[in-house]
Design a protein around this ligand. Structure first.
Ligand code: SF4
Ligand code: SF4
Length: 92
C-alpha cells in the first residue's frame, strides 16, 4: 500500500528530503514547483517505508489504507498526478 499526501499539505518539502526513492513530486527543480498547491506520492514507486509520514509537520501523509474517510479520494488524486491508475480498492 503506497502512502498518500492529503489535504493538509503545505508544500514545505520536508517529505521530499527524506524519501529514499524520490517518489514525491513536484521536486524543487521540476516545472510546476512554483504553482504546486500540494505534493503527491507516486504510488508506483513508493516503497512504503513511512519516512515521509514521520517527517510531515502537518500530518498530511497517510498509508493508503489509513486515510481518513474524508480524504480517501486523495489516493486517486495522487495517482492521477502521475497518470497512473489509483490503488484504491475496487470492491466497494
Ligand atoms: S513511504 Fe517512503 S518511499 Fe513512500 S513516499 Fe514516503 S518516504 Fe517515499
Ligand atoms: S512534509 Fe507534509 S506538508 Fe510538507 S510537503 Fe510533504 S506532505 Fe506536504
Amino acid at each position: 500500500m503506497p502512502y498518500v499526501v492529503a489535504a493538509p499539505c503545505v508544500a514545505d518539502y520536508s517529505c521530499v528530503e527524506v524519501c529514499p526513492v524520490d517518489c514525491i513530486h513536484p521536486m524543487p527543480d521540476e516545472s510546476g514547483f512554483d504553482k504546486a498547491a500540494q505534493l503527491y506520492i507516486d504510488p508506483g514507486k513508493c516503497t512504503d517505508c513511512g519516512a515521509c509520514e514521520e517527517a510531515c509537520p502537518v500530518t498530511a501523509i497517510f498509508a493508503h489504507d489509513q486515510l481518513p474517510a474524508k480524504w480517501v479520494h486523495y489516493a486517486r488524486i495522487n495517482a492521477e498526478y502521475f497518470h497512473v491508475q489509483s490503488a484504491e480498492p475496487i470492491d466497494g
